[in-house]
Design a protein around this ligand. Structure first.
Ligand SMILES: NC(=O)C1=CN([C@@H]2O[C@H](COP(=O)(O)OP(=O)(O)OC[C@H]3O[C@@H](n4cnc5c(N)ncnc54)[C@H](OP(=O)(O)O)[C@@H]3O)[C@@H](O)[C@H]2O)C=CC1
Ligand SMILES: CC(=O)N[C@@H](CCC(=O)OP(=O)(O)O)C(=O)O
Length: 343
């Protein structure tokens, strides 16, 4: 049994980790933290978990966390980076769902996150936890930085085209939309039902903090710099991301449907839909799955990729469990076989 700790158990990604790990036979959750709810039973706070956990929330205790084989951080940025150095020194492995270790360049991180990085020396040791790109490095990693939700949907859509050098790397355009759970469980006026329902809007259009992460990851795949225009939107749904990705083809392309199917043939959690079938957020809701379609509208020189994920599963907690499975030599699909909820 892998002894697991979770820091940040009362956010949406924390409770989603608990839901997924309850079905995972190789894991025992030994501690789960919340400062606000310390002492309260987990299944009292989240009745969907009744019968699965006997635990109560606890204050984060570095000693208890250091006794775990693996600690998940499901916390806002600037939390993991304070505790991770001590836990790594104790031999505990880390999967961080926050942005603290996603960007290799500490100055670039500070520019987008607005504060100095607390453990910049560890950035070079962190492995970016997108298994479809970094599976081999993840196996040995002590510290895995789980990708953000938009970066997961967007990178998986463009990777086959950039890896094969088929599109112009400097002119990539991503229009993506997220359900409101992407903003977390903190109370904010912008996320009230009456602010979101029945409406659709862009936000962060002048620059979103996921941009440097997307450009870094795609640059690694392309083998050189890429430039992305990224505009996120807020969808009046709870879960789901839909990304519409535009890129200019450099030459008359090969059969792109066959290329995508071939590229992701052995990936358990990336599903290239048949030609003519377009993805929907509801078919991946609750599932650790990215569904993709590739199209060349009007047979011109722009290729469009459509990519959907559940932001809380393949975009966060499911991907975190996938990383844990790889790190501990378990079947990659363990605990992650849920089918999307339709409708
Ligand atoms: N929501 C999503 O779709 C996605 C989120 N992420 C990332 O995952 C992380 C968690 O997101 P989400 O679950 O939405 O966040 P929430 O804001 O909903 O939850 C935050 C959790 O962190 C705990 N926490 C906050 N501050 C501290 C602190 N200083 N020390 C210890 N614990 C703290 C809170 O508990 P308490 O304050 O009681 O201790 C709470 O349990 C974020 O970094 C987010 O960016 C990544 C991908 C997708
Ligand atoms: C709808 C919504 O507000 N989404 C969030 C994305 C949250 C996320 O997952 O990003 P990190 O993991 O990098 O925090 C946003 O745009 O800020």
């Amino acid at each position: 049994m892998i002894r697991v700790g979770i820091v940040g158990g009362t956010g949406y990604t924390g409770v989603e980790l608990l839901r997924l790990l309850a079905m995972h036979e190789g894991v025992e959750v030994v501690t789960i933290t919340s400062r606000a709810e310390a002492g309260r039973r987990v299944d009292e706070q989240f009745p969907n978990l009744r019968g699965y956990y006997q635990l109560a929330f606890a204050e984060p205790d570095p000693g208890v966390l250091a006794s775990c084989d693996l600690v998940f951080f499901a916390t806002p940025h600037n939390v993991a980076m304070q505790l991770v150095p001590e836990l790594l020194a104790a031999g505990t492995r880390i999967v961080d769902l926050s942005a603290d270790y996603r960007i290799r360049d500490a100055a670039l991180w500070s520019q987008w996150y607005g504060e100095p990085h607390a453990s910049p020396d560890l950035l070079a040791h962190a492995v970016y936890g997108l298994p479809e790109v970094n599976r081999e490095q993840i196996r040995q990693a002590q510290l895995v930085a789980c990708p953000g939700c938009y970066p997961t949907a967007i990178q998986l859509g463009w990777i086959p085209l950039l890896a094969r050098g088929l599109v112009a790397p400097e002119g990539l355009i991503a229009s993506a939309a997220s359900g409101a759970s992407g903003a977390g469980r903190q109370a904010k006026v912008d996320n009230l039902l009456s602010e979101t329902a029945g409406s659709f809007k862009a936000y962060g259009a002048a620059g979103h903090r996921h941009l440097p992460e997307i450009e870094q990851g795609l640059g690694d795949v392309a083998g050189g710099p890429v430039a992305v225009t990224f505009v996120p939107h807020l969808l009046p749904i709870v879960r789901g991301i839909h990304a519409t990705l535009f890129a200019r083809l450099l030459a008359s392309p090969p059969d792109l449907q066959a290329l995508f199917e071939d590229y992701y043939r052995d990936e358990p959690f990336v599903d290239v839909l048949p030609a003519g079938v377009l993805p929907q957020t509801r078919t991946v809701k609750g599932a650790n799955r990215c569904q993709l379609s590739v199209i060349v509208p009007q047979q011109r020189d722009t290729v469009v990729v459509l990519s959907v994920i559940d932001n809380l599963v393949k975009g966060a907690s499911g991907q975190a469990v996938q990383n844990m499975n790889i790190m501990f030599g378990l079947p990659e699909t363990a605990g992650l076989e849920q089918i999307g909820l339709l409708p």
